[in-house]
Design a protein around this ligand. Structure first.
Ligand SMILES: Cc1ncc(COP(=O)(O)O)c(C=O)c1O
Length: 419
């Protein structure tokens, strides 16, 4: 009897072991220190972040409510496939298609002649532009192109050119950060196809390369073929909703592709972006017909987020044309206001053009740099150390006034005779 009891006990113990061994640790998100810290920071960073191009005014609470209410958290959110030719809906492919059709005309593309993607970032969009550009030019001429990009362009373009093993010529800029046309002329090889990356808002000075001036040189020098990609990471978000929309209009500017970040102007809460090109460009790519995916995969990445198209769709429906236009115009007005206030207190400051929301100025003390999360740079042509404010939709006049007050106090202190 005793042996039987021991045996039964052992069986129970062995049967229970996997359960005991695999028991979930008790997890309470409300007491998890890392999560608590993250939640607290997500509220406090909104206060004084002026130096980086993220719109902190994120309006996706309603989206997350919808997501939870409909228990979409159970679904695999992967848009692997071409969202332009949706035969079978999975992830949020049809919604991505709608997003492409909404934005394409804002960049001058005909919705039926466009090929677009919701990308993972501005860098991902530039990767597609450079990759598609090279393939196009080689298909047209059989000759490897040279990539031309300004020295003040975002570093992602140089890195991507390196990754794609493209011969690259960095073109000097004028002091406001625009590619110098005469330097471009000197760099342009008449015998090799030209892959040009135009900056539509350089990262630090917000400079816009002069497409017309560069195009005139291309017409004169006439290289065997040309592909024009526009890196419009930040400016490509707001320009379509401003009076300067013509600058990002493919139908008049004649560029071949454009990349825009989603998390800069639009108020997306995680990295993503938009990429547009034409069907003619697409036809010159390797279509990669993939049997197991039952379709063509011309894009670089296989898996892509389905959440980002969903959130973009949400913003289209909730913020819409009117909201985006208000944001765009408000930003440009506030950038002009900031520049005016800096001029009034006599703090050396510059804006590369009236299309720019980026105001750069002589670098203040480290305390002010830190307080407003300002970004630094250096340029001898402006006397050395610089800082900038990127006036996003979330930047308020109260914040601008507070910065001006601090700068004014710093000026007054500098004028005091040494004790
Ligand atoms: C001009 C420009 N291009 C590209 C990028 C990279 O964009 P993302 O951070 O979306 O990859 C940036 C980022 O600030 C940028 O300013």
């Amino acid at each position: 009897m005793k042996t039987r009891m021991i045996l039964i006990g052992l069986v129970i113990l062995i049967a229970a072991f996997p359960v005991i061994g695999m028991a979930e640790p008790a997890f309470d998100p409300d007491t998890d220190l890392l999560l608590q810290d993250m939640a607290a920071r997500s509220h406090s960073t909104h206060d004084n972040s002026l130096g980086y191009p993220g719109n902190e005014d994120i309006r996706l609470d309603g989206f997350y409510d919808w997501y939870l209410k409909n228990e979409v958290g159970h679904a695999m959110m992967n848009n692997a496939g071409d969202p332009n030719d949706v035969t079978e809906d999975h992830g949020a492919m049809r919604i991505e298609n709608e997003v492409i059709r909404f934005f394409a005309p804002l960049y001058g593309f005909d919705p039926d002649g466009v090929w677009g993607l919701v990308t993972m970032s501005g860098t991902d969009g530039n990767n597609h532009g450079i990759y598609f550009g090279r393939h196009c030019l080689v298909a047209e001429t059989g000759i490897e192109p040279i990539l031309y990009v300004s020295t003040e362009a975002h570093y992602s373009n140089m890195r991507l050119a390196e990754l794609q093993q493209l011969e690259t010529r960095l073109v000097e800029t004028d002091e406001m950060g625009r590619m110098k046309p005469e330097a471009f002329r000197a760099a342009l090889d008449p015998d090799r196809p030209a892959l040009i990356v135009y900056s539509m808002g350089t990262t630090f000075k917000g400079a816009i390369d002069d497409q017309q001036a560069i195009n005139a040189i291309i017409d004169e020098v006439s290289p065997p073929a040309v592909y024009r990609h526009v890196d419009a990471a930040l400016f490509g978000g707001y320009l379509p909703f401003s009076q300067y929309r013509g600058l990002v209009d493919q139908s008049t500017c004649n560029f071949d592709s454009i990349a825009v970040s989603g998390h800069k102007f639009f108020g997306m809460d995680e990295p993503c972006g938009l990429f547009f090109t034409s069907r003619e460009v697409l036809e010159k790519q390797n279509p990669y017909q993939i049997t197991y995916l039952n379709g063509s995969m011309p894009m670089i990445n296989c898996s892509r987020s389905a959440l980002n198209p969903l959130k973009f769709y949400w913003l289209i429906k909730t913020v819409g044309m009117e909201g985006f236009s208000e944001m765009a115009n408000g930003m440009l007005e506030n950038a002009a206001y900031l520049k005016k206030q800096l001029d009034e207190i006599g703090w050396p400051a510059w804006v590369s053009s009236e299309m720019s929301n980026t105001v750069f100025f002589a670098k203040p003390s480290d305390e002010i740099m830190e307080k407003y999360t300002l970004a630094p740079d250096y340029d001898d042509r402006f006397g050395g150390d610089l800082a900038h404010v990127v006036v996003m939709a979330s930047v308020t006049r109260v914040q601008i006034d507070s910065l001006i007050e601090d700068l004014e106090a710093e000026l007054a202190e500098a004028e005091l005779p040494a004790a």
